[in-house]
Design a protein. Sequence first.
Length: 97
Amino acid sequence: MKSVDVQALQAGTGRPLIDVREEWEYAEGHVPGAVNLPMSTLGEHLDELPAEPFDVICKSGGRSARVIEALTPRGHDATNVDGGTDGWIAAGFPVER
């Protein structure tokens, strides 16, 4: 599974970022520019995923890894963000609310 750390994400991967946390988690603070598509309802929103390569983030990296494991066989070029939003915040990077 491809992965990127929060420092590389902050430096700019150039890829869209999908946040698979629940809506309430996303509302509490997310990486600027992230689009919220919760893992719990992702099956209903597969048509909203980017056609180009994209990054997937969650709280710490577990849910996003499972999402990538499900999407990769379906032809999606997705990369996991190691450390997730918690790692992003711990690194002192800005969040949107």
